[in-house]
Design a protein around this ligand. Structure first.
Ligand SMILES: CCC1=C(C)/C(=C/C2=NC(=C\c3[nH]c(/C=C4\NC(=O)[C@H](C)[C@H]4CC)c(C)c3CCC(=O)O)/C(CCC(=O)O)=C2C)NC1=O
Length: 185
């Protein structure tokens, strides 16, 4: 079931057949108070998604060129396209989870069964994890506006979001990338 921070609180309260506690309401109040930050973070990932995805897959291949040679899992073009598509799917579901403040959409719609699918198709785990790690690094840089021209090259783009304490949101976003990595490991 796909949940968000609010429906998750309702399900938890219903499971105890009780009302929402003041602690739970306090967490939701914080979720609302920090809402604009969250939307900025989601936008930082969503509006740079094609750059984040292509950079990560290119980096993964650069480090392991056997992937695009005969016998490699990104060869021929059909598999290269499937790989780019999968990285885009994973990043999109991570952005949904960050919007909802809950990992269930990522778990249910993208990760459920993915490890088994990849094993059946011979998609290499270590390479997939490497691509997710690069997407994590560049996504968090965009969220925090710490990306640099040296790494961005001619596509360099600063979000220019208001500066503030984004440590909790950054940790939460990081946890969704880590969740993908542990689901595939
Ligand atoms: C909405 C959720 C959803 C997910 C998550 C999804 C994943 C997914 N990835 C697939 C294939 C694939 N996935 C890859 C990915 C890669 N190969 C590599 O070497 C890299 C490490 C990696 C990219 C980072 C490749 C190459 C295939 C095709 C494999 C093949 O057909 O031999 C397949 C098999 C069917 C197909 O080819 O379309 C599925 C179901 N599909 C979905 O509908």
């Amino acid at each position: 079931m796909v949940l968000d921070a609010f429906s998750r609180a309702v399900v938890a309260a219903d499971a105890k057949t009780g009302a929402l506690s003041s602690g739970e309401i306090g967490q939701l109040r914080n979720f609302i108070a920090e809402g604009n930050k969250r939307l900025d973070a989601v936008n930082a990932i969503a509006s740079n998604a094609s750059c984040i995805v292509s950079d990560a897959v290119a980096g993964m291949i650069c480090e392991n060129q056997g992937l695009i040679q005969a016998g490699g899992n990104c060869y021929p073009n059909r598999r290269m396209a499937a790989c780019l598509r999968d990285a885009e799917i994973v990043l999109r579901y991570i952005s949904y989870a960050l919007l909802a403040g809950d990992a269930s959409v990522l778990d249910d719609r993208a990760l459920n069964g993915l490890k088994e699918t990849y094993a059946a198709l011979g998609v290499p785990t270590s390479s997939t994890i490497r691509a997710v790690q690069i997407m994590k690094a560049s996504s968090l840089a965009h969220v925090n506006d710490t990306n640099t021209e040296a790494n961005g090259g001619k596509n360099f783009r600063k979000m220019g979001s208001a500066q503030g304490d984004c440590s909790a949101l950054t940790a939460e976003a990081a946890s969704y990338f880590d969740r993908v990595i542990s689901a595939l490991s």
